[in-house]
Design a protein around this ligand. Structure first.
Ligand SMILES: [Zn+2]
Length: 307
């Protein structure tokens, strides 16, 4: 990690709700200055629309605050995940509340949406959410299925084009060697999730950048409640550097490209990456703090208060 000291990173797909303050600290120490947290499946099926509402509110509220306490700018994408699209009664209710969240500050896209089992219900709500994105002028963050990935990825792109969306507004996520060429050839953004032990390790990512270059490619950790690595982006940058990949290409795939894609929402101001660094852990969010009884808040030197 020494090699990448001083570099800044942007992780466009990380589920911090499932992570600890140690993870936030490690991200900040490794140079991650901003992140996007997509709305997703929490591992256990939700039974009512109110838990979706509370979850969406936490993505734009508490989690953003928690991130700020470690100097990291937090954005999110809001959507109905593909797995829970299969509960149609619930899906209908979630569709009704989505518009009220999509226009909130810091919401940089509709996501993560798309296919899981590639069922008719998933397709129905994927299409409906593409329409919402089009109406809101927001980028779309597509979750591609882990089973039958190639077909699912193609279908996701075909359907998006059918709805008249510009491929430049669409980030196709969880790519691999089998899908990357077509995604890039058709003009979409190609995101790669680095998964430990399975699917996409970062040595394979190095080879992909060597083969396809850095245009419209971005790397993320998708770290969540499962086995995952929140430092996947800086670690992959370090490995790329070690493998002789040009610093400018590393900068593009671990920082700049994701910002370019999601800034189309009009919600990303890079100046915020610096102002959020002014940490005051004595701050509270609705009366709650990240500190536990007796802990001393960290207040940065930029603050005028001296203690
Ligand atoms: Zn995810």
């Amino acid at each position: 990690m020494e090699r990448i000291k001083g570099m800044r990173f942007f992780d466009p797909h990380i589920h911090m709700t499932s992570r600890t303050t140690d993870d936030y600290q490690a991200l900040a120490d490794a140079g991650v200055v901003a992140i996007i947290e997509p709305a997703f499946w929490l591992g256990q099926p939700r039974t009512g629309v109110d838990t979706f509402r509370d979850y969406f509110n936490s993505l734009i509220g508490w989690e953003r605050f928690r991130s700020s306490q470690f100097g990291i700018k937090h954005y999110c994408t809001i959507g109905l995940n593909s797995k829970e699209a299969n509960n149609e009664r619930l899906a209908e209710a979630v569709m009704e509340i989505l518009p009220s969240f999509l226009y909130k500050e810091g919401v940089v896209g509709v996501g993560e949406i798309g296919f899981d089992d590639q069922t008719p219900a998933e397709e129905k709500y994927y299409r409906a959410q593409l329409e919402l994105a089009k109406e809101a002028g927001l980028p779309v963050q597509i979750h591609t299925p882990h089973r039958d990935k190639k077909k699912g990825t193609q279908r996701s792109m075909d359907i998006a084009l059918e709805h008249g969306l510009d491929p430049r507004m669409i980030i196709v996520d969880h790519n691999n060697e089998e899908t990357v060429k077509e995604v890039l050839d058709r003009g979409f953004w190609a995101a790669f999730t680095i998964y430990p032990f399975t699917k996409m390790g970062n040595e394979r990512m190095v080879e992909i950048v060597k083969q396809y270059g850095s245009e419209r490619i971005m790397v993320n950790s998708a770290a969540d409640w499962g086995i995952s690595d929140p430092l996947a982006v800086p670690k992959t940058a370090a490995l790329m550097h070690e493998s002789g990949i040009d610093l400018n290409d590393i900068h593009l795939v671990t920082f700049r490209n994701a910002i370019a894609a999601f800034a189309q929402s009009g919600q990303i101001d890079e100046a915020d990456f610096d102002t959020v660094k002014d940490i005051d852990q004595s701050l509270k969010f609705n009366g709650s703090t990240v500190l536990r009884g007796g802990q001393q808040p960290r207040i940065d030197k930029q603050s005028n208060i001296i203690r």
